[in-house]
Design a protein around this ligand. Sequence first.
Ligand SMILES: C[S@@+](CC[C@H](N)C(=O)[O-])C[C@H]1O[C@@H](n2cnc3c(N)ncnc32)[C@H](O)[C@@H]1O
Length: 249
Amino acid sequence: MKEDKKTCFGNRLIPEEEKEGKVRELFTSVATKYDLMNDLMSFGTHRFWKRFVASKTELSPGQRVLDVAGGTADLAILMAARVGPDGKVVVYDINRDMLELGRDKCIDRGFVKNMGYVQGDAEVLPFYDNTFHCATIGFGLRNVTHLDTALAEMKRVVKSGGRVMCLDFSHPTNRFFGRVYDLYSKNVIPRIGALVAGNREAYVYLHESIRKFPDQEKLKSMMENAGLSNVRYHNIFNGIAALHIGEKI
Ligand SMILES: C[S@@+](CC[C@H](N)C(=O)[O-])C[C@H]1O[C@@H](n2cnc3c(N)ncnc32)[C@H](O)[C@@H]1O
């Protein structure tokens, strides 16, 4: 008898084919409160983290960038400012509600002409090989079923000499700090999620998925296995988050 392949959804093991639907449902339920929750949970610091990522893209005017799992377009907006009106930013996300909120935000900030929005799965990017100067994924890889497939896809669509960049929660390097942070994310964040977004479970999933996500060194090797070169990472806030950068040669 054929056995179902399982994957993690937070702490639960579920059949692989169910994960995408569950993740999509989760983001639909929190979409309208997503930005507010980010500000509350991180005390606004996620804005600095994203600015740091945008600065490390080293994008210049006229270039093309893909933001995978781009959601409400924070990173896309920062990168749109870098590539300018002659460049192009494509926001790619599996969830229509997140994508629409992102598109509205871009329009409100005056980024219209050089933006594109495409709905789909990070594991199957509907773009030709060697299309973009850079591909980013911010707080998205954790939610994907096959991380290695998504990384290989990002590498495929980036031009030779381009960058693949992954910003996500990671593992604090100081044990005491890590313990305090773990208690905060386990006990406080789900309460804020219940009060503000009306969905405690979504923020329990956040905590659990962070714990399950590969640590800095493991993710670095996964990017190397995806064929990226010169892979390195920057710990942010003692490793609460990390930015991994790899190059396609
Ligand atoms: C935590 S949000 C991050 C949004 C944005 N990048 C940011 O930094 O604020 C995760 C996003 O990943 C998207 N997502 C989850 N699984 C995905 C998949 N398999 N393919 C593409 N997008 C996915 C969700 O819909 C959601 O918008």
